[in-house]
Write a protein that binds this ligand. Structure first.
Ligand code: DGL
Length: 262
């Protein structure tokens, strides 16, 4: 009998639910175990060492569920994928590489990258895109606050104010970027704000490309992804924001939604 795919998903908070939405659409039969470290969010304002320490703890917790693969849904954590992978005995997938590759090959000439200050400063998107397509023009901007505002379920006007004040200059650049990577998992949750205010720009969610790449890999491994799977969500933070974001993203109610400190 074919074994059901067991996917561990890590994010600094609710943001990785944007990946869960994408993977459920492609692999409804997988068992997904999610950990969102909302108590320590935002990761984007922490040191590399602290992010690694928190991620290793979260990975060990998910490995208790005998996952076949670990998905680093968080862009900030994904910038450290090489160090994480060399210390892990299960395969890990980064959200950054598939999106960078897709954009570099898409034929667009001017691309915006929005993310945490950490993600933008490390420059993984920039390096990966330029390695494939050195002619592409990149406009990059980080935010210290947007992920935390979304993770705390802040009022809409606070979210909108941060988007416009931090990202407005890039999004209003003349000539404007043709595509903009929402390079933080929390940003696609509020994609409607971006689209409403900047309708001429195409906003990309990196989780879409990651879900495609992971689905192909699971199939190559001969793991079952069709039929009826399960979703277990654990967080170090408050459960009500998760409930609200699950509804907003139209993700069916999980079998488990529990508080957990790994
Ligand atoms: N959601 C995370 C990302 O994709 C980071 C948010 C945070 O700063 O914790 O980068």
């Amino acid at each position: 009998m074919t074994e059901t795919a067991r996917i561990g998903v890590i994010d600094s908070g609710v943001g990785g639910l944007t990946f869960v939405r994408e993977i459920l659409a492609l692999c409804p039969g997988a068992d997904i175990i999610y950990f969102g470290d909302s108590a320590n969010c935002p990761y984007g304002n922490q040191t590399r060492e602290r992010i690694l320490e928190l991620t290793f703890k979260a990975l060990s917790f998910l490995q208790q569920s005998h996952i076949h693969v670990g998905v680093i849904a968080c862009n900030t954590i994904s910038t450290l994928i090489d160090t994480l992978q060399s210390n892990s005995d299960i395969p890990l997938f980064s959200v950054v590489s598939p999106a960078a590759e897709a954009v570099a090959c898409s034929g667009v000439k001017r691309v915006g990258i929005l993310g945490t200050e950490f993600t933008i400063a490390v420059g993984t998107y920039q390096k990966l895109i330029r390695a494939i397509n050195p002619d592409i023009e990149l406009l990059c901007q980080g935010s210290l606050h947007l992920a935390a505002l979304v993770d705390q379920g802040a009022p809409e006007q606070d979210v909108e104010r941060e988007i416009v004040s931090r990202f407005g200059p890039l999004l209003e650049h003349n000539p404007p970027p043709e595509s903009v990577i929402l390079g933080c998992t929390h940003y696609p949750i509020v994609k409607d704000f971006f689209v409403r205010r900047y309708p001429h720009i195409e906003f990309l969610d990196p989780a879409v490309e990651l879900a495609k790449v992971l689905t192909r890999w699971l199939e190559q491994q001969g793991l079952e992804t069709k039929g009826q799977g399960s979703l277990k969500i654990y967080t170090s933070g408050a459960l009500d924001v998760y409930q609200r974001i699950l509804e907003k993203l139209k993700i069916p109610a999980p079998q488990v939604l529990e508080h957990k400190i790994p």
